[in-house]
Design a protein around this ligand. Structure first.
Ligand code: CS2
Length: 498
């Protein structure tokens, strides 16, 4: 067999006969964007938009410097470094075909733990106009019990004590902003690209809370010179598997240690609020609007919550992938009922969006048998996803005297999931910062289900709502007695219960 070609700048020309490669001159591209969190999602989404744009004239100032912030991100940093920032993006079409392309927009890369000062200087550099972030839902460090930034987090405490050697995004940004102010470098846009409602506003609130402790004299300057646009981001990006890497090698002759894989669908709706200019992402499919909130709300409460519904219930039944879960007609009906009866009544301000079509399209995307999105990926960090994806629906429905039975069922299923075994007794591989605590509460819930809701960092004050607690308890007992499938079928057969 022919040897595969290693993905590297010097090999790009040779690869252009087998795969789409960047045709712009990468040596001329400058990193006007520093991006923190260079996982699969960023590489399938923003970096893809930037790559598309770099093919247009006059856009070479909008390349990306990718920053791996955490110790555990060293592998992606080393991979990108070895490949000159290049990687393959494999789009898995609905009919099973692959549309792979090489993305070239990441022209610099840094590993923060190796050299924190270099990262601070990079963000402080006047050539940096945008710092964009994919730091995950939990990265915003909000305590659901208070709704505020959690100053007690040991990493935050570390940064307050060691401002020059930070570990969190808040510590890095604060030092860099301090330098920008001192050097009179005006303006910076900090752009969250995470699945958080009002992500820009949340980023602003959390960063201001940190700066208020660390460097209060910066606040007025930040208020004037730094903007935090909201954005809604969307593209399903499963975890890359060994099989993907092998198929790329065998079918295309490309040796890429860490390609990114994704579905064909892509969407980015951005609030047009950039302090010092921005790329013309609208030329390559992004939408700029004045108010992103309705789009975010729709996406988080239907797509992301829909994922959690399928993930948590699917994990207990023993499914490995989201397509398997959504092909199960009982789960499918349950999900549609959740979307129609519980989420839709909470979405009132969506002018011009056909919600029925949107929900249909989500189910079709979930059912894509080619992307094999992992149930384990969806269930990971549920403790920080549930407050964002599911709770707003419950709270709104409680407030408007609507129905929330299916949401309560999913939360009850999460309590059972947190015990650590699926319904066949197979150990679940739970990845969650609150895994231990959730497990403790889940054990207590075996005697008294409502004790699970006492996890205030996740559920806020939900346990104070008697009607919700009753619904949760009833659903919990049904799951324990009858299992997920039978209970789901029973719910599907009724019209509506609180
Ligand atoms: C998923 C998201 O992590 C999750 O639970 O719902 O990663 C989802 O695939 C993306 O937000 C799609 O845009």
């Amino acid at each position: 067999m022919k040897e595969a070609t290693v993905l590297k700048q010097e090999n790009l020309k040779g690869l252009s006969s087998v795969i789409k490669v960047p045709t712009y001159d990468r040596s001329r591209v400058k990193a006007g964007i520093v991006h923190i969190g260079i996982g699969g999602f960023h590489r399938a989404h923003q970096a893809f938009y930037c790559d598309q744009l770099l093919h247009e004239n006059n856009s070479e100032q909008w390349g990306i410097c990718g920053v791996a912030l955490l110790e555990r991100d060293e592998k992606i940093y080393q991979t990108l470094k070895a490949q000159d920032g290049l990687y393959t993006l494999i789009v898995k079409e609905l009919d099973g075909r692959w549309s792979p392309r090489v993305i070239g927009s990441m022209v610099e890369y840094m590993f923060a733990p190796e050299n924190p000062k270099a990262v601070i200087h990079k963000i402080a550099n006047p050539a940096t106009k945008i710092v964009s972030l994919t730091i995950t839902e939990g990265g915003y460090n909000i305590d659901e019990a208070t709704g505020e930034f959690n100053l007690k987090n040991p990493l935050v405490q570390h940064d307050l004590a060691n401002p020059e050697n930070p570990k969190t995004v808040f510590g890095y940004l604060t030092q860099a902003l301090k330098m920008r102010k001192e050097n009179q470098v005006k303006g910076l846009t900090i752009q969250s690209c995470d699945n958080v409602q009002s992500n820009g506003k949340v980023m602003k609130k959390t960063l201001f809370a940190y700066v208020n402790e660390a460097q209060p004299d910066l606040l007025a300057w930040m208020e004037k010179h730094v903007s935090f646009p909201d954005s809604m981001v969307d593209r399903i990006t499963p975890v890359t598997t060994k099989t993907d890497i092998e198929k790329l090698r065998n079918d295309y002759g490309i040796e890429d240690a860490w390609p990114a894989v994704c579905e064909p669908f892509i969407q980015w709706v951005i609030e047009d609020d950039f302090s010092t200019g921005r790329p013309h992402w609208e030329n390559v499919g992004a939408q700029f609007v004045n108010d992103v909130a309705p789009f975010e709300k729709m996406k988080l409460s239907l797509l992301n919550a829909g994922h959690s519904v399928l993930g948590i219930l699917g994990a207990l039944i023993g499914y490995d992938t989201i397509d398997q879960a959504v092909q199960d007609s009982d789960l499918n009906t349950f999900l549609r009922g959740f979307m129609d009866q519980e989420v839709t009544p909470t979405l009132s301000d969506l002018d011009g969006v056909n919600l029925t079509e949107y929900k249909d399209s989500l189910i079709a995307r979930f059912a894509n048998i080619n992307i094999k999105d992992q149930v384990a990926r969806i269930c990971s960090e549920s403790s920080s996803k549930i407050p964002i994806f599911i709770l707003p629906t419950v709270l709104k429905q409680l407030q408007q005297n609507g129905t929330y039975n299916r949401a309560a069922f999913v939360l009850a299923a999460w309590a059972v999931y947190s015990l650590g075994k699926d319904e066949k007794g197979i150990t679940l591989d739970i990845i969650d910062a609150m895994k231990e605590e959730a497990n403790e509460k889940a054990q207590a819930a075996q005697k008294e289900p409502k004790l699970f809701l006492e996890m205030k960092q996740v559920f806020g004050s939900l346990s104070n709502s008697k009607p919700f607690v009753d619904s949760f308890t009833r659903n919990y007992n049904n799951i324990v007695t009858d299992g997920i499938k039978k209970s789901v079928i029973a719910i599907n057969s009724k019209t509506q219960t609180k």
